[in-house]
Design a protein around this ligand. Structure first.
Ligand SMILES: NC(=O)c1ccc[n+]([C@@H]2O[C@H](COP(=O)([O-])OP(=O)(O)OC[C@H]3O[C@@H](n4cnc5c(N)ncnc54)[C@H](OP(=O)(O)O)[C@@H]3O)[C@@H](O)[C@H]2O)c1
Length: 337
């Protein structure tokens, strides 16, 4: 099969090569999927570049990724199943991440075939294309987990989503609206109309205006871009409002190549014990299977419509990652093998 292969950590345009490799064989609990689409998100850049270096100790591999083929989110057709697989059959259209480890571990999705454990997959709804389905798993899970924990069933909450036109933010707007929230989306000048079409009630251009100058009265701030100062967030939050920080050091932009944003996250977790406006539920996660089933239901019901910004062929994965890094795209970038 054709696959993108990475022999060492480094810049995507220097370390990624399109090669012919063996089609993998599924283990007893795995299915073999013919990949029809795979998506690109910031964590793919981290997995390929090897930054922050700490990720290499977190299961990715010290000198090189143990799995040489990058890519985590995908959608495709099951072509073979392992002995113990009961949930899927050859011919099923499925989508999901290719593993349930940290997102900085390569997942093998940038290839014509990939083996995936059955418990991380869901059936692809018929009305959704493979490209749309591949854009959902990681971003959808992170948006779903955070909104489910913090919006609950209280409609009418005022929510700020910072970085609302990106992969995670675009899904978060739709899920928040489906929960009856009033959504204020913050992103670049070029994406204001896009946020409105996703359902945002008010949009703010981060290049012109400061969202932390809004009137006080916000219930929840989902800081996907991770750029808002805590003091500013507190100014606009209700006394019992909450800030949830999702993003981290974007493409190593802050030069923290060894530890990345991890020390800041650890400090935030400690500080959260003393600050009622900070999220304390870091370790409350959803099982992958449950998250995928919930997302499948939302896709099927039309609550969630994934937006594909642009597609690239397998041979152009480095260009696709470059396009993501440059920003200005609305929705997810997708690779079509
Ligand atoms: N994708 C996932 O599945 C996932 C999972 C866990 C964690 N994360 C983390 O979450 C973060 C976002 O992921 P993503 O996939 O949504 O990335 P993305 O698609 O690149 O979206 C980020 C959005 O934030 C915008 N932005 C940049 N600077 C901003 C600022 N100062 N204020 C407001 N918005 C700003 C970007 O716009 P422009 O760049 O065009 O200006 C872009 O629209 C990353 O740090 C990622 O590692 C992602």
């Amino acid at each position: 099969m054709r696959a993108i292969v990475q022999d060492r950590y480094g810049a995507p345009d220097q370390v990624l090569q399109l090669r012919e490799v063996e089609i993998p064989t599924p283990r007893p609990d795995e299915v073999l999927v013919r990949v029809r689409a795979a998506s690109v998100n910031p964590d793919v850049w981290h997995a390929i570049s090897g930054y922050p270096r700490l990720m290499r100790l977190m299961g990715a591999g010290l000198k090189r990724q143990k799995q040489p083929i990058p890519g985590l989110d995908m959608a495709g057709e099951v072509t073979a199943v392992g002995h113990d697989v009961t949930d899927f059959h050859p011919g099923d259209a499925v989508f999901g991440e290719t593993h349930d480890r940290i997102q900085w571990v390569n997942g093998g999705a940038y290839a014509e075939y990939v083996c995936v454990p059955q418990h991380v997959l869901a059936l692809k709804p018929e009305g959704i294309t493979f490209e749309q389905a591949a854009s959902v798993p990681t971003s959808g899970t992170i948006a779903l987990v955070n909104l489910r924990k913090h919006i609950g069933t209280r409609p009418g909450q005022r929510i700020v989503i910072n970085g609302a036109a990106g992969g995670v933010g675009g899904i978060a707007i739709q899920l928040a609206k489906a929960n009856g929230a009033i959504v204020i989306g913050v992103d670049h000048t070029t994406k204001l109309e896009y946020m409105r079409t996703l359902g945002a009630d008010k949009v703010i251009d981060y290049t012109q205006d400061d969202v932390t100058e809004l009137e006080q009265g916000i219930d929840l701030i989902i800081d996907v871009a991770s750029t808002l100062p805590l003091s500013g967030c507190k100014r606009i939050l209700k006394p019992d409002g909450l800030v949830v920080t999702i993003g981290h050091d974007h493409y190593g932009a802050k030069g923290r190549k060894t530890l990345g944003g991890i020390p800041q996250f650890l400090a935030l977790m400690v500080w959260a014990q003393f600050d009622r406006n900070l999220d304390k539920s870091w370790f409350e996660v959803m099982e992958k299977r449950d998250a995928m089933e919930a997302l499948r239901g939302m896709l099927e019901s039309g609550t969630l419509t994934p937006i594909v910004a642009k597609t690239f062929p397998l041979s152009e994965v480095p260009a696709a990652i470059q396009c993501l890094q440059e920003g200005r795209t609305c929705g997810r970038i997708v690779i079509v093998p």
